[in-house]
Write a protein that binds this ligand. Structure first.
Ligand SMILES: [Zn+2]
Length: 221
């Protein structure tokens, strides 16, 4: 049973396209588990469409229009997610993951880093520098080291469950932790826990590129 959802403000940002690609992928992953948030996002999309229809158009120069269209077509078109399972994925992990997440896995082995005896992490490139998408695996009964966050971290549980000082987290649960938020996750005794994470990276996108983040392609459905 899902008990942790993105905030309404977060879903508004998601619907309006203000989130980064990695943040949008994590949010869509939650929505694949959660009909409540899916309904809310559908309603927001409907509202956005209505507002757009009712808003007055503003004339722009052909030059600006051409510049915007060229930029969208060249720099910001996201790669189409792969529809097939990767040919080879280490530990057979792909089979355990939701189809939507599998689409973003690279072909071939994931490169796992050992963060502790119980915790491994593999990053998934999504072509942006501001946030990093990753998979975390905590061994059954394993304990991740207590850690602080340098920046925002989003976690969506994919399989298994874990707990920390604040409660138990199950598949579909969506958590946002901010810098300075210290916690110590422990996986359930009977099953490995795999989570999708978005970690704030030190490099930030600025200016025009930020306005045209390509997350719209990742809308749920
Ligand atoms: Zn939800």
């Amino acid at each position: 049973m899902i008990s942790r959802h993105p905030s309404p403000e977060w879903l508004v940002e998601y619907s309006s396209g203000s989130l980064s690609t990695a943040q949008s992928i994590a949010t869509t992953t939650h929505i694949k588990f959660c009909s409540t948030c899916e309904t809310m996002v559908d309603a927001l999309a409907h509202l956005g469409g209505t507002l757009l229809q009712e808003s007055e158009s503003v004339p722009v120069s052909m030059r600006l229009l051409e510049h915007v269209m060229t930029s969208i077509e060249t720099d910001f078109a996201p790669a189409e997610p792969k529809s097939e399972l990767p040919a080879k994925v280490v530990d057979g992990i792909a089979a355990a993951l939701p189809q939507y997440v599998r689409n973003f896995l690279p072909a071939g082995d994931l490169r796992w880093s050992f963060l502790s005896p119980s915790l491994r992490l593999a990053t998934i490139g999504v072509g942006e520098a501001e946030f990093e998408l990753a998979l975390h695996r905590i061994k059954a009964g394993g304990q991740a080291p207590e850690h602080d966050h340098c920046g925002q971290e989003i976690t969506v549980v994919l399989t298994g469950c874990f707990s920390d000082e604040e409660g138990i987290y199950q598949p579909g649960d969506f958590m946002v932790r901010d810098a300075g938020d210290i916690h110590k996750p422990i996986a359930a005794q009977n099953e490995e826990c795999i989570c999708l994470s978005v970690l704030a990276a030190p490099i930030k996108l600025t200016g025009f590129k930020r306005l045209l983040n390509p997350w719209l392609k990742f809308s749920p459905g």
